[in-house]
Design a protein around this ligand. Structure first.
Ligand SMILES: NC(=O)c1ccc[n+]([C@@H]2O[C@H](COP(=O)([O-])OP(=O)(O)OC[C@H]3O[C@@H](n4cnc5c(N)ncnc54)[C@H](O)[C@@H]3O)[C@@H](O)[C@H]2O)c1
Length: 246
C-alpha cells in the first residue's frame, strides 16, 4: 500500500492542544490515523489520547509513547508542533535562563520526541514512517531580536537534515516545515498584550494576509503522509515572505 494511504497508522503530535498542532491533529484524525497528543496543556474535547507532559522530559516522553503504543499500536509518525515564544529583545538584554529554556523546549524537545519515537519503532522491528519538525521563517537570514527563538529554529532545521541522513536507512523520512506568520493563539497573544501590528505584517506579505492554522496543517500533512520521496527538506510555508527581495 502506498505510504500516503495507511489508515490504521498512529501519529504523535506535540503541541497538539493549540494552534497549528491542533489543526494537524484534526486533519490526521480525518485522514483515519490514530493520534496521540503530547502537550503541557490539555487538548480540547474530541482528541481521544493525550498526555500532559513537557517534551524536554525524555523519561516521561518515552513512558507516554510506550503507553500510547499499547493503546493504539506503535506510532510511526510524528509532528513536533510544540513551541514557546522568545523574549523579542536585543541580544544584549536577553536573560540567559530564558534563553536556555527557549533552546531546550524547541531544540531539545524536538530531538527527544523524534528519537523516542524512532527508538520505539526500531524496538518493535518497524521501519518506514516519517517525522515533520516545525521551524520558522526566522530560521532564514538575520532577524532583529531573534537571537533566541530564531537560533532555536535554525538549529531545528540542521537537526532535521542530520536525522534525515541517519534514519534514511530505516526508510524514515524527516522533513521540516517552516511556518510564516500564522494566526494562532501564540500570535494573538502578541496582538492582544503587546500591540503587535498585524497590518504591517500583511502589508509586507506578498499574499497580503496571514496563514490560517488549517492551511499550515495542510502543508504539514502533505510532508508527513504524501511527499513519499522527500527527506531532509526544509519547506517554507510563508505566503512568499522569505523571497521578497527588498
Ligand atoms: N504562529 C506562527 O506564526 C508561527 C510561525 C512560525 C513558527 N511557528 C511554530 O509553530 C509551532 C506551533 O505554534 P502555534 O503558533 O500553534 O503556538 P501555540 O502557542 O498555539 O501552540 C503551541 C503549543 O505547544 C505547547 N507547548 C509549549 N511548550 C511545551 C513543552 N515544553 N512541552 C509540551 N508542549 C509544549 C503549548 O502548550 C501549546 O499548546 C511552534 O513551534 C511555533 O514556534 C509558529
Amino acid at each position: 500500500m502506498p505510504e500516503g494511504h495507511v489508515p490504521s497508522e498512529h501519529a504523535v503530535v506535540t503541541g497538539g492542544s493549540s494552534g497549528i498542532g491542533l489543526a494537524v491533529v484534526r486533519r490526521l484524525m480525518k485522514r483515519g490515523l490514530a493520534v496521540t497528543v503530547l502537550d503541557m496543556q490539555p487538548p480540547p474535547d474530541g482528541v481521544p489520547q493525550a498526555y500532559r507532559i513537557d517534551v524536554t522530559d525524555e523519561a516521561r516522553v518515552r513512558e507516554a509513547l510506550a503507553e500510547a503504543a499499547r493503546a493504539a499500536g506503535t506510532p510511526t509518525r510524528l509532528v513536533t508542533c510544540h513551541g514557546i515564544r522568545g523574549e523579542f529583545k536585543p541580544a544584549l538584554e536577553l536573560d540567559l535562563d530564558v534563553y536556555r529554556r527557549v533552546l531546550d523546549v524547541h531544540l531539545v524537545g524536538t530531538l527527544v520526541t523524534a528519537r523516542s519515537l524512532v527508538a520505539g519503532m526500531l524496538a518493535a522491528g518497524l521501519g518506514g514512517g516519517s517525522i515533520v519538525t516545525i521551524s520558522s521563517t526566522t530560521a532564514y537570514g538575520g532577524w532583529r531580536d531573534q537571537a533566541d527563538y530564531g537560533v532555536a529554529k535554525a538549529a531545528i532545521e540542521q537537526l532535521t537534515q542530520n536525522l534525515a541522513i541517519e534514519w534514511a536507512p530505516h526508510g524514515i523520512r524527516v522533513n521540516a516545515v517552516a511556518p510564516g506568520h500564522t494566526l494562532t493563539p501564540m500570535v494573538q497573544e502578541m496582538v492582544d498584550k503587546e500591540g503587535y501590528d498585524l497590518s504591517a505584517t500583511e502589508a509586507r506579505m506578498p499574499l497580503g494576509r496571514l496563514c490560517t492554522p488549517d492551511e499550515m496543517a495542510a502543508a504539514i500533512e502533505f510532508m508527513l503522509l504524501d511527499a513519499t520521496f522527500s527527506t531532509g527538506v526544509r519547506m517554507p510555508v510563508d505566503g512568499g515572505w522569505t523571497v521578497v527581495g527588498k
